[in-house]
Design a protein. Structure first.
Length: 280
């Protein structure tokens, strides 16, 4: 029965993945627009004459991270995929759009597995995957080439979560899977900074889904000091994941060098008066 269920999830993931790609094949005839011009067409980090190491010194737009005017968007692995595109076909935009469609398809298929692990219901996971693949909210992230950062980050976010679920046991930890979780987290962050949030998702899922705890139970054992057996293994994972969080943030601050300066053109809401600024 478990084997049949696993086969169904794999089939559903494949179908959704193909659907995700097919839905965006109509973007292959599109060109570069808006931020694509800066991040791809004008970005010297994509050129063969530029060292690959520069990708890890510069921001998403090709400006040095130490430069005061840099927006500090640090996504070297996403830029690396653009560079591979450039090496294969220069500035022929169709190749870039094809990769974006494939990334979206991969993320859509992976979302089916993600939902099945999180909620343990294959039919609902399949329907959720189809909704994820077809939802118009993803249009900008797929049709806009710079949106590849979102698709890559989301994919490695989910891979990190799936690895964590494999690692987290009731009374033990599989360190191989936890190492893969940490590696996937780092890759997600290097695709887009938002990937760091997977650490919080993993820990919350561990506490309330894997350990089947609840807030009243946590309050009770904190007040009585009578902790269940699973706390020791969970605390170890908590310490490792928080250490990973701190290490990534410290590395990010070191690479950033200084605080970015934004103009009203970059983020109009940030320059509004209270309470509009806080509520936007």
């Amino acid at each position: 029965m478990a084997s049949d269920s696993s086969h169904q999830v794999k089939l559903a993931s494949f179908v959704v993945g193909v659907a995700g790609i097919a839905l965006y094949l109509n973007t292959l005839g599109l060109g570069f627009c808006f931020d694509d011009e800066t991040a791809i067409v004008q970005n010297k980090d994509l050129r063969p004459s530029t060292s690959w190491l520069e990708l890890f010194k510069n921001d998403f737009w090709g400006a040095p991270m130490s430069y005061q005017a840099s927006h500090k968007s640090y996504r070297p692995l996403t830029v690396a995929t653009f560079r591979v595109n450039y090496a294969l076909h220069g500035l022929d935009s169709s190749g870039y759009h094809l990769v974006n469609a494939v990334v979206h398809g991969f993320a859509s298929g992976l979302f089916v597995v993600f939902c099945n692990v999180a909620f343990r219901e294959s039919t609902s996971s399949f329907l959720a995957g189809l909704l994820f693949a077809a939802h118009p909210i993803h249009t900008e992230a797929v049709a806009g080439l710079v949106g590849r950062a979102e698709g890559l980050c989301a994919s490695f976010f989910m891979l990190a979560f799936l690895a964590y679920v494999k690692a987290a046991k009731k009374h033990s930890t599989d360190w191989k899977w936890l190492s893969l979780c940490i590696l996937s987290t780092i890759v997600a962050v290097l695709c887009k900074e938002l990937g760091l949030t997977v650490i919080g998702v993993c820990l919350v899922y561990d506490l309330f889904a894997i350990q089947r705890s609840s807030l009243p139970v946590i309050v009770k054992w904190l007040s009585t000091g009578s902790m269940p057996r699973w706390v020791r293994s969970f605390s170890t994972r908590l310490a490792v994941m928080l250490a990973t969080l701190v290490a990534i943030m410290m590395a990010r601050l070191y690479i950033m060098k200084n605080v970015p300066i934004f103009l009203p053109f970059d983020n109009p809401a940030a320059f509004q008066s209270s309470p509009v600024r806080q509520l936007t």
